[in-house]
Ligand binder design. Sequence first.
Ligand SMILES: [Zn+2]
Length: 164
Amino acid sequence: MKTVSCSNCGADTRIIRDRYNLVDMGIPAVVTNMEIAECNKCGNADPIIAHLDDLMRTVAVAVVCSPSPLRGTDVRFLRKYIGKTAEQFARLLNVDKTTVSKWENDRDPVGNQSDRLIRLLVIGLGDGLEEKLKAVVENLPEIGTSYRRGNIEVDLEKMSYQYA
Ligand SMILES: [Zn+2]
């Protein structure tokens, strides 16, 4: 059995599986079946993120395939997924750098055409997303027909996603 020490007090922890919200980490998803090291002494809970690359790819696919318009956290996550600075990203989209910043901070909504262009950029440049091109293009007319109320939910065990 693996043991993990508490990051807060160093005491032994027990490993549980639970839901965990990754939004504070800049990932627009809630995961289920996440291993969490729960401290027996101070109650601190440390998430154990395994298969991070798979998780990031699954969230990226869920975001670009979503019928919901891109939100600020989505844009920032996708930009980082393809490894671009705000400036590089702005140049690819032929917009001003401040526009990207406004999108990412939800101070300006992403325009309908920029939304679609961002998705296609991410499919083109994002690792392991090429096979989703057709699905994303076919989904373009659906964007804006519904809004996500909650976050994308990823089952870490099955590495599958659903829209909450
Ligand atoms: Zn502790």
